[in-house]
Design a protein around this ligand. Structure first.
Ligand SMILES: Nc1ncnc2c1ncn2[C@@H]1O[C@H](COP(=O)(O)OP(=O)(O)OP(=O)(O)O)[C@@H](O)[C@H]1O
Ligand SMILES: O=P(O)(O)OC[C@H]1O[C@H](OP(=O)(O)OP(=O)(O)O)[C@H](O)[C@@H]1O
Length: 215
């Protein structure tokens, strides 16, 4: 019998798209999982157990092996820099990481940059050779330039509504973001058949979805 796969699934934005993808790949994810407050959901028919996680914690669960695989945004992978395998680009939860500020922003010496992603922001400005002071915030990042906490922010842009509604401007795009399927290094060897079988089911669904997006 195939190994049981423990899957760290992010609650929130990614969940809806990831569960749709898994269902289209023929995995019997129960409908009640969509609204449940349960944190561990066994799906014996699919030989899986879902661990409902805060998105930023998914790579931690996978690195420590309490989950064999997980679904996570590339933004979180870049920020957390955990020792995990990145197996598949799932092509869902598309957005981008950008440098944002007021439209009339003028360069200053040692600008302050507010962000939920201090590692990504520090590396980006370091590679540009620009010295900045990074301020870590946990949400409503767009407030920072409006109230004078920071000169610029590094944050996610999806539809662009948040920056538009707050009179901000996207100055530079840093990288494109989609969600990825990641695996624990040991699980990838020990449960390779089950992980490979899952990837084989997901790949055609991802390919079909990407032709729709690019058409
Ligand atoms: N508009 C968006 N803003 C932020 N993240 C987005 C957006 N669109 C897609 N994403 C992706 O969704 C992932 C999870 O976002 P979500 O808002 O659910 O998590 P979170 O910010 O950690 O929320 P919470 O504070 O509820 O845990 C991000 O890491 C990113 O990859
Ligand atoms: O381009 P848009 O479609 O407007 O999406 C981008 C916004 O969405 C995210 O915030 P989120 O809703 O996660 O709230 P937060 O302020 O708590 O991070 C992100 O931090 C931006 O503020």
């Amino acid at each position: 019998m195939q190994d049981l796969l423990k899957v760290a699934m992010p609650k929130g934005r990614i969940y809806k798209q990831a569960s749709k993808l898994f269902r289209e790949a023929g995995l019997s994810i129960p409908e009640e999982m969509d609204d449940s407050r349960k944190l561990i959901i066994p799906v014996p028919e699919a030989r899986m157990e879902f661990i409902m996680a805060k998105p930023v914690d998914v790579p931690t669960y996978v690195e420590y092996g309490v989950a064999d695989i997980g679904v996570v945004g590339k933004d979180v992978l870049m920020e957390e820099n955990r020792d995990v395998y990145e197996l598949l680009d799932l092509g869902i939860a598309r957005c981008r990481m950008s440098v944002i500020g007021l439209p009339d922003w003028e360069p200053v010496l040692n600008p302050r940059v507010a962000t939920k992603y201090p590692n990504v922001a520090s590396q980006y400005f370091r590679e540009l050779g620009q010295q900045v002071e990074v301020i870590k915030l946990n949400g409503s990042i767009e407030l920072a330039p409006l109230i004078g906490l920071a000169d610029r922010i590094v944050d996610m842009v999806e539809t662009g509504s948040t920056i538009r509604e707050n009179g901000l401007m996207e100055h530079e795009q840093i990288f494109a973001i989609t969600s990825r399927l990641i695996a624990n290094r040991v699980s990838y060897r020990m449960k390779n058949d089950a992980i490979q079988a899952l990837c084989d089911r997901l790949q055609p669904v991802i390919a079909a979805a990407s032709t729709v997006v690019t058409k």
